[in-house]
Design a protein around this ligand. Structure first.
Ligand SMILES: *Cc1c(COP(=O)(O)O)cnc(C)c1O
Length: 376
């Protein structure tokens, strides 16, 4: 008897949410409107009352945050090579140049000890990434940024529901001058199918953010309008926002379930397999992903195929981005960020999503042991 295929992730959408989407579709107003406003208000409540604007992707929020921070041609921005490529692509998109800084081998996030040495006089901002939902140390991050006059754009695409020292990611760290970017892509801990949100430091940024989000349009009470800045087309629809509103009441339970499953992985993975595991940070992490590293020398492609043959999906998040052709063509060299390269070659994302059963963890662990003995 073979069991159903277990994907590495799957969204949890309840019937109420599906009904709420149908209501929006029947309402006569399907693009940005009251549902987006309600979603922004609900997100703001999660972020200590800060200003939040919804977008059609996390990528768009990062790009707009860079524009709000006045980052452009001739500027440099510090970020990590071990992230979804969107984080670095947006730096190129606004005409600036990424400066990559290798990651800490334990947290797998940007190594804060190496940032000052990498800074140039042109460096305007830093984009830290909370990989797999494990937050970057916000106290050290903002102390460093403030000392050197850098703007911070927190790429929190993976860390909604996580916290740092008891304070939710998205709320104000440092002096509250940071931007925070969330993604609601289908695979993230909270989804709108596609979507994102930007947490903003002040009202001036919020106003300009709205124009950069939609063609630069500024509307006047008398019905007139002006366009004084080049904006994009990044607004979220009410259909998508209705999904987000349906997801939000479950976020705490989703995070708690992910935490329980992560605990089960730590308890069940046989230490004799020799897989380095992520930090067991149950206070801060939201367990967006659970990522062991394969032992050196295991062929990851063959391992993933062996897991698939046993009905289990395994993801890869991510190869170090400077090894991609585009970044090689820009002058980044293999060997430049050895920690990120090594993790990027060995990392695997095991199935982890709220609707998984405890028995699925056992199934994954048994399949890993069998697949490793086959591919060793
Ligand atoms: C998902 C993700 C993004 C981009 O979000 P989209 O909504 O897919 O545009 C950016 N950075 C990181 C780290 C991500 O995981």
């Amino acid at each position: 008897m073979s069991e159903a295929f277990l994907p590495f992730t799957r969204p949890s959408i309840d019937e109420e949410t599906i009904a709420a989407v149908a209501d929006v579709l029947r309402s006569g107003w399907i693009t940005s409107g009251p549902k987006v406003q309600a979603f922004e208000a609900a997100l703001s409540a999660l972020c200590g009352g800060r200003r939040v604007r919804a977008f059609n992707s996390g990528t768009a929020t990062l790009e707009v945050a860079l524009r709000l921070a006045k980052v452009g041609a001739g500027d440099t921005v510090i970020t990590t090579p071990l992230t979804w490529v969107a984080t670095a692509n947006v730096i190129l998109e606004v005409g600036a140049t990424p400066i990559l800084v290798d990651v800490d081998p334990v947290t797998r996030n940007i190594d804060l000890d190496r940032i000052e040495a990498a800074m140039l006089p042109t460096t305007k901002a830093i984009i830290p990434v909370d990989l797999a939902g494990l937050p970057v140390d916000r106290d050290r991050l903002y102390a460093l940024a403030d000392r050197r006059g850098l703007r911070v754009i927190e790429d929190a695409a993976q860390s909604l529901g996580a916290s740092w020292n008891g304070q939710p990611i998205g709320s104000a760290f440092g002096q509250g001058r940071g931007f925070v970017s969330f993604s609601f892509h289908a695979n993230k801990n909270l989804t709108t199918t596609e979507g994102g949100a930007l947490v903003l430091p002040d009202d001036i940024d919020a106003g300009l953010c709205e124009r950069l989000r939609l063609q630069g349009v500024k509307r006047f009470p008398d019905g007139g309008m002006d366009v004084d800045v080049l904006g994009g087309k990044f607004n979220l629809t009410d259909v998508a926002a209705a999904i987000g509103l349906g997801q939000l009441p479950h976020l705490a339970a989703f995070t708690a379930r992910r935490r329980d499953l992560a605990r089960a992985y730590f308890a069940t993975i046989d230490p004799a397999l020799g897989l380095p595991l992520p930090p067991a940070d149950f206070a801060n992490c939201n367990w967006h992903m659970f990522q062991p590293l394969l032992p050196p020398g295991v062929d990851r492609g063959r391992f993933i195929a062996a897991m698939k043959a046993r009905g289990i999906g395994v993801g890869v998040h991510y190869p170090a981005l400077h090894l991609f052709s585009l970044y090689q063509a820009l002058g980044f060299r293999q060997g430049a960020f050895p920690v990120a390269e090594d993790i990027g070659r060995r990392t695997i994302s095991l199935p982890l999503f709220p609707d998984m059963r405890d028995s699925d963890v056992v199934r994954v662990c048994n399949a890993m042991a069998a697949s490793l003995s086959e591919t060793a």
